[in-house]
Design a protein around this ligand. Sequence first.
Ligand SMILES: NC(=O)c1ccc[n+]([C@@H]2O[C@H](COP(=O)([O-])OP(=O)(O)OC[C@H]3O[C@@H](n4cnc5c(N)ncnc54)[C@H](OP(=O)(O)O)[C@@H]3O)[C@@H](O)[C@H]2O)c1
Length: 273
Amino acid sequence: MTKVILITGASSGLGKATAIYLASKNYKVFGTSRNPNNYPKNDTYELLQFDLNKSQTSKALVDLIIKKSGRIDVLINNAGVGITGAIEETDIAAMESNFKTNFFGPLALTQEVLPVMRSQKSGLVINITSIGGYMGLPFRGIYSSSKGALGTVTEALRMEVKRFGIDVVTLAPGDYATEIASRRHYSPLKELSPYYDMYKFSLDTIDKHVDSGSDPNDLAKMVDIIIKTKKRKVHYISGSFLQKISITLKKILSDTIYEKLIMNHFKIKNTTK
Ligand SMILES: NC(=O)c1ccc[n+]([C@@H]2O[C@H](COP(=O)([O-])OP(=O)(O)OC[C@H]3O[C@@H](n4cnc5c(N)ncnc54)[C@H](OP(=O)(O)O)[C@@H]3O)[C@@H](O)[C@H]2O)c1
């Protein structure tokens, strides 16, 4: 039977690459976008309207897919947005919006998909988190937190739904060349801010990393492997060697040494001079 896949945020970047790749592997793929009409129609997968910040519309999306295809085998919670800024200077409304898109929205959609998967007695949910969610990154603390929270809730949900034949995993990308930097919420860089130099350096560094990031098709291939794997891991990571090793180092180094490494990387000094 052809597996039916729902992937959020399939108009661009990792979601688009994954939707195209999975469709080429003969899965039936439904992608989503907030504005599907802004993108040219394609023959490989259907782009349906969905906004994670309007999570009450999750049921209508799931109903539509069930009407069209009768089942959902894989939900890929991929859509997400970045946010940067000193925590002191970031709007609470912007933080809430980030958590809506990266955490509450995916959970609301998952809540609508789980009954479908329970009735099928099978299903897979892949939550796209981030390597940046494994640690608190300076000037990306809210993004790290929303992605970290999605990783943690995945661990809990897995145990709750295992007996219904449903598997839940995370896939954490490192830096991939996508549109994420241009869509990110940037707290304004203010020259008079006490954070100006550190924030500016961090912004320059992270944008360089995304621009020189890996090919989104690599992540798409990994998603296909995860779908086909019988005994899956809880967490998958996909990125450069250095990005992957950053997670291993966090596990083996003391917190304070690890913090020094991160501060050195982003040239953050602990003196006011
Ligand atoms: N690229 C990286 O280096 C990287 C690294 C780690 C993790 N990630 C994660 O990977 C995922 C994909 O990111 P990407 O790099 O491919 O970014 P992207 O190119 O900016 O694509 C983001 C996708 O999410 C959708 N989206 C944004 N806000 C939405 C909302 N409120 N409701 C529904 N859909 C929304 C966008 O669709 P519309 O604008 O058409 O609605 C778009 O298709 C994200 O969760 C991101 O956090 C990316």
